[in-house]
Write a protein that binds this ligand. Structure first.
Ligand code: FMN
Length: 340
C-alpha cells in the first residue's frame, strides 16, 4: 500500500514528508527532484516571495545512492527561516482562517494560516516526484497545461504574461483552469466494485486536495450534461479515459478550476474576531495566480494516486518485479483494445 504524510508550517524550520510503500530499484537523482520543485516555485504568476524560498532539501532515508530501497522515503525541505508572523485575530476572506479559527477554537488566525498555506504543496511535489519518476520508467506520461487564465482561453506564454501584468497593475488576482493529461496508462486501474476504489474519485480527491481548487472534471466533464446520449456515446474520448471507475486504455484527461488567489494587495474587508470591528485584510506578498503552480502540484498529486493504483493491481516490491508485470498486462489488453 502506498501512503504519504506531510508536516510542517509555512514559517517553520522545515517541511517534512514520508512516502511509504514505494518500490525498490527506482533510479532518481537529486537533480530530478530539484527540477520538479523549481517548476512549482518558478511557475508564472508567483510573487517575489518565492525568491526567498530556495526549496533546499534533504533526503533522510529510503535511498541508497540514487536507487530507492523500498524503505520509507523521508524528506525535509528547508524554509527560508523567516520569523513566525505575529498573532492576528483578523481572518483573511477566502482563506482557511475563519473556518479554522472556529474549528480549532483559537482567536489567532496565524496558527491556522501556517499549516493551511500552500507552502505545503512543495512537499507534496517532492514526494510526488518519486511517483512521476516511476511513471516515466513505466512509459506513462503525466503532463499538465493551463487552458484558461482569468476567463481567457487559447493562452500563449505572451498572453498569459500580459494578463498577469495587467492584474498586478490593477491590484487584482486571477483564477484559471488546468488540465492533467496522462497517457499510456494500463487498462483496468481502479475498480467499479466499491465507490472508494473508483479511480476517478481517488484522482478527484487528490486534485481537489490542492489549495484553491474548486472544480474537477473528467473528460467531457460538465459539458456532458448538455449533450445528448447519441452524440456523447459517439465520442469515447469524452469519458476522459475512465469508465466505471477504471482506466479503459485511453489517455486520462482531468481538468480543474482554480479560484483567484484571495490575498489581495489592496486588501479585502474582514471582521476582527476580538473587536468585531470591520478591517481591511491586506496581503502584500500574494501570488497573482496559483493556477500554473497548482498544475505542477496536480501532476505530482495525480502521479501518487496512479502509482498507488498501479501497485494495487500489479503488486511487486521492486521495479524489477513491477515492470514486467505491467508490460505483460499491456500486451494482453492491447490484443483486445487494438481490435475494437
Ligand atoms: C501553489 C499555490 C500557491 C498559492 N499562493 C497563494 C498566495 O500567494 N496567496 C493567496 O491568498 N492564496 C494562495 N493560494 C491559494 C490559497 O492557498 C487558497 O486559496 C486557500 O487555501 C483557500 O482555498 P480553498 O478554499 O480551496 O482551500 C495558493 C495556492 C497554491 C496551490
Amino acid at each position: 500500500m502506498l501512503r504519504y504524510l506531510t508536516a510542517g508550517e509555512s514559517h517553520g524550520k522545515y517541511l517534512s514528508g514520508i512516502l511509504e510503500g514505494f518500490p525498490a530499484g527506482v533510479k532518481i537523482t537529486r537533480a530530478y527532484i530539484a527540477a520538479q520543485l523549481r517548476r512549482r516555485r518558478q511557475a508564472p504568476g508567483r510573487s517575489a516571495r518565492q525568491a526567498l524560498e530556495t526549496d533546499e532539501f534533504e533526503i533522510l532515508s529510503g535511498l541508497a545512492g540514487e536507487l530507492t530501497t523500498g524503505a520509507p522515503i523521508a524528506l525535509l525541505i528547508k524554509n527560508s527561516g523567516r520569523a513566525l508572523p505575529p498573532p492576528s485575530s483578523l481572518p483573511r476572506p477566502g482563506h482557511a482562517d475563519l473556518a479554522g479559527m472556529l474549528k480549532y477554537d483559537t482567536l489567532n488566525a496565524s496558527l491556522i494560516r501556517e499549516r493551511a498555506s500552500a507552502r505545503e504543496t512543495a512537499m507534496r511535489t517532492a514526494l510526488g516526484s518519486f511517483a512521476m519518476r516511476l511513471n516515466e520508467l513505466l512509459g506513462i506520461g503525466v503532463n499538465s497545461r493551463v487552458v484558461s487564465l482569468g476567463g481567457v482561453s487559447g493562452l500563449t506564454a505572451g498572453k498569459a504574461a500580459e494578463l498577469l501584468l495587467r492584474a498586478r497593475r490593477d491590484g487584482d488576482t486571477l483564477g484559471g483552469e488546468f488540465e492533467v493529461l496522462i497517457d499510456n496508462v494500463p487498462a483496468g486501474l481502479g475498480s467499479c466494485v466499491q465507490p472508494d476504489r473508483r479511480l476517478g474519485a481517488r484522482l478527484g480527491g487528490a486534485l481537489m486536495g490542492i489549495n484553491g481548487v474548486k472544480g474537477f472534471e473528467i473528460g467531457g466533464g460538465f459539458a456532458l450534461a448538455a449533450q445528448g446520449g447519441i452524440a456523447a456515446s459517439a465520442d469515447p474520448e469524452l469519458s476522459g479515459g475512465l469508465d466505471g471507475g477504471m482506466t479503459n486504455g485511453l489517455g486520462l484527461l482531468l481538468r480543474c478550476a482554480v479560484k483567484p488567489v484571495p490575498g489581495l494587495p489592496g486588501g479585502a474587508l474582514s471582521t476582527d474576531l476580538k473587536s468585531f470591528r470591520k478591517k481591511l485584510s491586506v496581503s502584500k506578498t500574494s501570488d497573482t495566480t496559483a493556477v500554473f503552480a497548482a498544475a505542477v502540484v496536480a501532476e505530482h498529486a495525480a502521479s501518487l494516486e496512479l502509482t498507488a493504483a498501479l501497485l494495487e493491481k500489479f503488486g511487486g516490491d521492486s521495479l524489477g518485479e513491477l515492470r514486467p508485470r505491467v508490460e505483460a498486462w499491456r500486451k494482453i489488453t492491447k490484443k483486445i483494445l487494438n481490435r475494437l
